[in-house]
Design a binder for this molecule. Sequence first.
Ligand code: GLN
Length: 450
Amino acid sequence: AHLDRIAAVDGEVRAFLHVDAETTLAQARAVDERRAAGERLGPLAGVPIAHKDVFTTADMPTTAGSRILQGWRPPYDATITARLRAAGLVIIGKTNMDEFAMGSSTENSAYGPTRNPWDTSRIPGGSSGGSSAAVAAYEAPLATGTDTGGSIRQPAAVTGIVGVKPTYGGSSRYGLIAFASSLDTPGPFARNVLDAALLHEAFSGHDPMDSTSIDRPVPPVVEAARRGDVAGLRVGVVRELGGEGYQPGVLARFNDSVELLESLGAKVVEVSCPHFGYALPAYYLIAPSECSSNLARFDAMRYGLRVGDDGTRSAEEVMALTRAEGFGPEVKRRIMLGTYALSSGYYDAYYGKAQQVRTLITRDFDAAFEQVDVLVSPTTPTTAFPIGDRVDDPMAMYLADLATIPANLAGNAAISVPCGLSDDGLPVGLQIMAPTLADDRVYRVGAAVE
Ligand code: GLN
């Protein structure tokens, strides 16, 4: 049914970079055989899943939305891919994304933009916009994404679905093509909070292949999603994440959600996180710095594209020609920014300062979580913007993640749940943030208000 749905709508939505019905149906049959052989499979066995094309898949190509990886077939599965395969989920395809997960609209994909199923002249968010669009368009019931600065929560918000950024280290990065390693966090997309929790539980847990993976029990997210109550819970409204720059219709739906939380018995207070205003500039130094280092591996010698290799050129020239051709403009901008921020003489002023700001933001969260159990804000300042609107204005594009970046810098858990439509008829997301390793709390509160 989902393959039929993809055939019917994906010509317009363009959520997928790779769909291969034969491989998918073979996987589905293999799950049936496992069940017939008496294997006890989990609650998601047989359910189709769309993977962001940044997770390696041994039976399907992986591009990270980049021309430089065109034609690459990974020799192994990412841990997330492997665990979900073992749990019996069936991979329905690989979804479009901003190149190397850099962007907020999926317009930075080398393979063309994905469209928002609510209004196909608008963006589905990014960088995991193929995954959000696939779930919102009923092409897949579940999808994976990665959230480095908001790339799960922002696309979830603007397509009216649920998206979760787990605690950093709670989901494995092994086999995830790296953008900014200290921030990259795999997480689930679903159409409701319980589905997201079931997916979260299925892929989480300690992974010895990822040195930042946390060796602690997975928070009880499914139980929390089933419980879904907020009576007596203290909820903090973040003063700095609202007001100026936020669309009135977004703020109106946010205020409705706060009232709903109060009516369900939560104690709502305003909380100040004074350094959150510096999160965006700190992120745009730290993330490009890490990417400039991570992307050095695409040297034309090991994977994918290779240009100018006709036997007459030096390795340096082949490398330069390949990177010039293989990387898009946003990726080049980030590599240059990061290389500059890390260079001697500028390191302390830019990268070092940004790391200090990161610590201050973590302390803001610590202080806030002494007063309240969860923090709330709108997920994004605006609803989905038209395709093409911000492509020539990187600063405007970066503002889409104003409210999501603090949780990435601190590493704590956060969710976006749909909270109604703005005056323009487009979906709005409510962001709920909880302390590190208290992922269950975002599911509990999310389930109460969805
Ligand atoms: N939009 C942000 C960026 O461009 C976040 C991306 C992400 O979370 N992968 O970096």
